[in-house]
Design a protein around this ligand. Sequence first.
Ligand SMILES: Nc1ncnc2c1ncn2[C@@H]1O[C@H](COP(=O)(O)OP(=O)(O)OP(=O)(O)O)[C@@H](O)[C@H]1O
Length: 284
Amino acid sequence: MIRISIRKKLHLAGGKGELNIDAELGDYSFTALYGPSGAGKTTLLRIISGLLQPEQGIIEVNGQTWLNTAKKINLPAQKRNIGFVFQDYALFPNMTVQENLLYALPPKVDQSKVKSLLATMGLQNLAHQKPELLSGGQKQRVALARALVRQPQILLLDEPLSALDNITRIQLQNELQNIHQQHQLTTLLVSHHVPEIFKLAGQVIQIDAGQLIKTGTPNEVFGIHTHHEGITLTGEVVTLLPGNIEVLTAYGLISIKPSAQTVGLAMGDKVTIHAADLSLVKLS
Ligand SMILES: Nc1ncnc2c1ncn2[C@@H]1O[C@H](COP(=O)(O)OP(=O)(O)OP(=O)(O)O)[C@@H](O)[C@H]1O
C-alpha cells in the first residue's frame, strides 16, 4: 500500500495555488492520474520520486516512510525504488541503447539483467544503436526498459505514450499491461486519454488546479451515470464522418447519428451520450 498526503505551494497560471492531495494506491494497482494541463500531475510524480520536496507531506510505501516532513524524513531520490518514464524519453543521446540501460543498472546487479530486458522488450537488434536513429515507439520502449533495470516497486509514467501514433500507442499500451503484471509493479500513469485509462487502469485519481476532484474506478469517474434526465455515458469521439459519429466508451463503440447537437464536434472530443441520443438501425 502506498499512502500519499501532500501539500505544496504551486505557481499556477491564475496566481498562487496549492497541491493538496491525499490518496492511497493498492499494492500492484494500476492507477491513472487524470486532469487538465497545469493541474499538478507532473509535480505530484516528481514529489513521489523525490525530485521535489513539498512544504508538508507524508509518503509511506509498504510501511516504509519515504517522506515525513513533520519528522524531517526525506529518503533521497536514488534510494526510492522507483522507475520513471517521461513523455520525451529522456535518453542519453551519446550512449547506445545498451549503454543507456547499463548506466541505470544499480551497482550490485548483474549485467545479464540488461541483456534479458533487451530481449524481453524486443530491443536486442537495437542494442548498439544511438537513440537518434530510433523511432518514437522504440525510444519509449528503451525508456521503459531503462526504468525496469532498477527493478522498481513503483513505476511512474508521465504521459509516456502521448507523442506516439495510434498503432504504436496501442502496442505499447499492451506492453505496459504485460510489464505491470510480470514485474508486479504498482503503476501510476499520467494520461489525458480516456479510452487508454479504461483499458489500463483499475483506479483513477482526477485532479484539477492542485485539488483532488474524484477517485474511483474508471467507470465511477467517467462512466455511466444515472440522474433525473436518464442515463448518460461518457466517451471520446473516434470517428467523425458525415453520416456517422462513433464514440468510444467503457462499453465499446457507440454510433450516433449526426444532429444539430453534434455540429462542431472534433476527433478526440470528450462527450456524454444521453440515452435519448441513441437510435436503432435495422440490419436486415
Ligand atoms: N517546483 C514548483 N513549484 C511551484 N509551482 C510549480 C513547480 N513546478 C510546477 N509548478 C506549477 O504547478 C502547476 C502544475 O504544473 P504541472 O507540470 O505539475 O502540471 P501538469 O498537470 O503535469 O500539466 P501538463 O498536463 O501540462 O503536463 C503549473 O502551473 C506550474 O507552473
